[in-house]
Design a protein around this ligand. Structure first.
Ligand code: HEC
Length: 123
């Protein structure tokens, strides 16, 4: 009986320790620790991603699909169309973007998603 209590006690401690360290990790690093999705800047983060991967096609007078990513105003219109996240996440029902190139890295996708969720900060 004593032995059973002891092993139950040990088991409880092991469970507590393992769930505790799991919680801490989740709170400290909700996402990739190297990817800042809190202080997302349109000028520094978002437009750079678009310039490097998208505006060679999505700019000018007749951008593909009517989706321009040339500047802040057009990027907001494209984001609000509801087609942007599905396209860069390669979800079914969307054309995979950037067309003819590799999928964006996770951090870039997370930053764009955060920018949309934060209601398009224009800093
Ligand atoms: C090589 C040229 C090219 C590049 C680079 C490119 N696109 Fe596209 N994009 C297209 C074409 C062509 C279409 C289809 C337009 C149409 O419907 O006629 C398209 C469509 C889209 C659509 C609509 C998708 C849908 O399913 O409705 C979105 C959103 C989009 N692009 C965003 C992006 C983003 C964001 C990038 C950069 C990460 C990017 N594109 C890079 C050519 C490109």
């Amino acid at each position: 009986m004593k032995l059973l209590k002891l092993s139950l006690g040990l088991l409880a401690i092991v469970i507590m320790i393992s769930s505790c360290s799991y919680d801490n990790k989740e709170t400290l690093y909700p996402q990739d620790p190297g990817c800042d999705t809190i202080n997302v800047s349109y000028a520094e983060d978002i437009q750079t991603i678009f310039d490097n991967n998208c505006t060679m096609c999505h700019s000018g007078a007749t951008p593909p699909g009517g989706f321009s990513l040339e500047d802040y105003a057009s990027a907001v219109v494209t984001a609000k169309s509801g087609r942007l996240m599905g396209a860069i996440k390669h979800q079914s029902g969307y054309l995979a973007m950037p067309q003819g190139a590799n999928k964006l890295d996770d951090c870039s996708i997370n930053k764009i998603e955060a920018w949309i969720k934060l209601s398009y900060p224009d800093n």
